[in-house]
Design a protein around this ligand. Structure first.
Ligand code: FES
Length: 79
């Protein structure tokens, strides 16, 4: 996995390998955008699967209807 953009409110572009991922939704993780298990007493993370290596855009604004992925509700045009 390569982290390329961590600006809050902007999509986070990552290249993910096949596997199961957990998107932090409580904000306590020290490994954002992913869960690190620090959510005790808060919302549980959002699980998602990647079936082949690909570039993804993770929503960080909270407006997307296609969580955990950006759907351009933030106003950013994805490539
Ligand atoms: S970052 Fe949330 S919709 Fe784009």
């Amino acid at each position: 996995m390569s982290k390329q953009n961590t600006n809050a409110g902007m999509p986070i572009r990552l290249t993910l390998e096949p596997g199961t991922y957990f998107r932090c939704v409580c904000g306590r993780s020290q490994n954002l955008p992913f869960c690190d298990g620090g959510h005790s007493g808060t919302e549980h993370p959002l699980r998602f699967d990647i079936t082949e290596r690909r570039e993804v855009y993770i929503c960080s604004c909270g407006k997307s209807e296609k969580q955990p992925f950006c759907d351009e509700s933030c106003g950013v045009s994805l490539p």
